[in-house]
Write a protein that binds this ligand. Structure first.
Ligand code: SAH
Length: 421
């Protein structure tokens, strides 16, 4: 295969670049573009020879893109407009503007890239932005596939369920037909993007009309796909049922056992930990030197306030929850913490907690030696190679923040292999 010229949009710390390397596809990143100075500093440290443009994407002219003459686009547009906990501003969110610009630009390029890969959060699949993306791709003559994949599918003990779209230029499409639909797609994208106030209605429309196009069929690339735990299964087509229609059994399952954990949660975690297709957390840990551990321990104040909300894992576990950009700063839902001392039983510590004084509570909890995963360990769980480094001067919280915005390198590399195969 000839060397592929790759354009990396929203490049961050270079997760896509690492995935390209990991995929073995002969490729060369001709430009990486991002506006975040910390992320750019990290990118430059690791890829000093790659042209990195510190510019807003929407500020770059068509001509400058044409000059790059790329064959592939890799991109992770900002995900905040599509997250379930966010406001779901979708295409009316200002942070989607640059992505709409990319969609407007695509049909006008002198030469369309042969391959496109896009990554985003769960929620994107039912957005108006996705609808526009699909229209643009179809109009330009691409065939595409969409997936919801988590790293557990490739044997990594970390959840990070994400939406992916891979698109390939259909060779059967005649040049004449292509130029006709391209101009049509162009005007459609423009007029739809202009009517920002309609985003809500469009999003509902997309949910009802396009879900049948979402296909999940990956046995070769993701051997453990079917075995992933139920929370990791694609939920695109099955909107969750509100609490009012829970069965009696589900309600019983929902009763809190300890540590705000229900019987169903405990059962799910148990079965994840028994899934031998997934590696153990300990394979991803750094060898700890004396004293190193101390700086990552959870402080007593955090233990006291948030102990019940922590997702605690042991080195032998085969699961951990998604690390987000708030890891190390906020506790709830930002990522798992590690139990450093496994001789003490977690259940026994938590069992008597509500009957003791605050001081005693802290003493009990300290016995577990709960600590944050180090940035290196988070990078390991996200599939970054050992050669990936943070430059000096980037704080631990900045490291967590940029990693939390990034992606699982192994998952993307498999999708790239699928795309070019
Ligand atoms: N895939 C990347 C992370 C993408 S997160 C990685 O591996 O790290 C989205 C990135 O888009 C952020 O780094 C953010 O700085 C960048 N971004 C957001 N809006 C942008 C814009 N208008 N122009 C350029 N970059 C932008």
């Amino acid at each position: 295969m000839e060397c592929v010229r790759v354009l990396e949009l929203y490049s961050g710390i270079g997760g896509m670049h690492y995935a390209l390397k990991e995929s073995g596809i002969p490729g060369h990143v001709v430009a990486a573009i991002d506006i975040n100075t910390t992320a750019n500093q990290i990118y430059r440290h690791n890829f000093p020879d790659t042209p990195l443009w510190n510019k807003t994407i929407e500020g770059i002219a068509l001509d400058d893109f044409n000059k790059l003459s790329f064959d592939m686009i890799l991109m992770s547009p900002p995900c905040q407009p599509f997250t379930r906990i966010g406001l779901q501003g979708d295409i009316s969110d200002p942070r989607t503007k640059s992505f709409l610009y990319v969609l407007d630009l695509l049909p006008r390029l002198h030469r369309l890239p042969r391959f496109i890969l896009l990554e985003n959060v769960k929620g994107f699949e039912s957005s108006a932005a996705r609808e526009l993306l699909v229209k643009t791709l179809t109009g330009c003559g691409y065939s595409f596939q969409e997936f919801m994949v988590s790293p557990t599918s490739v044997g990594i003990p970390n959840s990070r369920l994400r939406y992916f779209l891979i698109a390939k230029m259909s060779t059967s499409f005649s040049t004449q037909a292509r130029s006709e639909v391209r101009s049509q797609a162009r005007s459609e994208v423009r007029s739809q993007a202009r009517s920002e106030g309609m985003s809500q209605a469009m999003s509902q429309h997309s949910q009802s009309s396009t879900s049948d196009r979402v296909c999940i069929q990956l046995p070769d690339v993701f051997p453990h796909f079917a075995e992933a735990d139920s929370s990791e299964q694609p939920t695109v087509l099955s909107p969750t049922c509100p609490g009012s229609c829970q069965s009696e059994e589900e309600v019983r399952e929902g009763q809190v056992l300890y540590k705000l954990e229900t019987a169903a949660d405990a059962q799910r975690k148990r079965s994840q930990n028994q899934d031998l297709s997934i590696r153990q957390i300990q394979d991803f840990l750094e060898p700890q030197r004396e004293g190193d551990l101390e700086q990552h321990l959870l402080p007593p104040r955090t233990l006291l306030r948030y102990a019940l909300l922590l997702d605690i894992v042991q080195p032998t576990c085969r699961r951990s929850v998604c690390f987000t950009k708030g890891y190390g700063r906020y506790v709830e839902g930002t990522g798992s913490v590690l139990q450093g001392c496994t001789e003490t039983q977690m259940e026994s510590v938590f069992a008597g907690l509500d009957q003791v004084s605050e001081e005693e509570k802290v003493q009990q909890l300290l016995k577990l030696k709960l600590r944050y995963f180090t940035p290196r360990e988070v990078a390991n769980l996200m599939g970054f190679p050992q050669s990936f480094m943070f430059p000096e001067g980037v704080s631990t919280l900045q490291q967590y923040r940029t990693l939390g915005n990034s992606l699982n390198v192994v998952v993307v590399s498999r999708l790239l292999q699928l795309l070019v195969s």
